[in-house]
Ligand binder design. Sequence first.
Ligand code: HEC
Ligand code: HEC
Length: 375
Amino acid sequence: MRRGRSRLGAALALFAAALAGRIGSAQAPELAENVFRNIQVLKGIPADEFMDTMGMFASSLLFDCTGCHVQEILSDRSAFAIATPRIQRARQMVVMVNTINKTYFAGQPRVTCFTCHRGDGAPEAIPDLAVQYGDVSYENSSAIRIFPDARLSPDTIFARYLQALGGAERVRALASVVATGTYAGFNTGSAKVPIEIYARAPNQRTQVVKTFEGDAIFTYDGKNAWAAEGWRQLPLMTFTGSNLAAARVDAVVAFPGGIQQAYRQWQAMATTIDDRNVQLLQGSSPGELPVNFYFDEETGLLVRTLRWSRTPVGTIPTQVEYGEYREVAGSGVRMPFRLLVRWTNGQNAIELSDIRPNVAIEAARFARPAPFKGR
Ligand code: HEC
Ligand code: HEC
């Protein structure tokens, strides 16, 4: 079923990707049309961005993957290539969205699947009088745009945070962390399986989840990010572009003393999460999407991060919640023992039982993992 492709075609595709600034120094990313079988509209983007596009679809329509794909995908991965009426419809919608943005919004991704669908396969067309006259107010907690308040000082919020963790000096003395605990996610059917996390300052992080089918590895080496995880569409997924910048956030957060330096510019605003007052700091660097850090106003601790990845049909969010801060023996620093990760393709919960500071970690832990192999 794999569609034939000439050498010239492949060279042109690589050239197009290079023009779009997508080619890293070491290795060209695999383009969706070269690794999947039946790609007709989402061409010229790396495989990781293609899968994020599926997340955009699922999240915007509140469909799971079988909402558009045939049931056989649950047991046979090649069945994703089988067209269904909804897949054909979605292809038309991609073309429609791109035409609207190109024609009426100067090519900016102003209209996305979510703009109309908002979690509904059949977008509503009639205005709702209850929305107009009722007191329901809807605020998108994943939106990028913020309304900065110049009275809030990022320096003060960071200083309070480091103080709450145990003091800037102790926090900056952290050179590495090894943590163990459990992971439960969409890919384990919510069953708890062991997880190991290895992190080295300032920004290397590897996570190994011991799933029933094998070790699922995610690595950020300070520059590159890879996933060798059984549930993904490729045995080794290389992250690119805005996805790579997003993968860096978890590594940066592991060493709180360096968060402020990790972004060029900061803006602050006051907001709430579940009725709790928080201070939101949005960090940004030129050429990258921003990243949000939320600090509990009462405790000063980091309770959430929010970052985004671009797809050809709009931008999708990834959110991590941090809870259960406890002191890590031997460091005098408090760290979150509970993490809840949510993004458009699924969610998972990490509960750590043991965190060890400043232990030696061999460099190979942060090297590119071998492609996933089932047990
Ligand atoms: C709204 C409909 C829709 C939903 C929901 C959806 N997909 Fe897709 N999927 C598509 C379309 C459309 C294509 C073909 C894209 C193209 O032709 O460029 C596709 C193609 C694919 C392919 C490539 C198959 C091949 O070999 O050609 C994979 C893999 C895939 N989807 C995975 C997923 C996963 C995983 C999910 C759930 C997170 C998902 N999709 C949810 C519409 C959908
Ligand atoms: C300009 C508004 C708009 C945008 C943007 C939009 N859609 Fe739609 N979509 C609609 C409307 C209207 C329908 C028809 C609903 C109905 O039949 O009641 C629809 C229907 C669909 C259906 C068929 C649903 C079903 O129940 O069979 C799919 C699949 C779909 N859209 C996917 C997408 C995807 C994927 C995107 C983003 C690439 C997108 N749409 C963007 C307005 C939009």
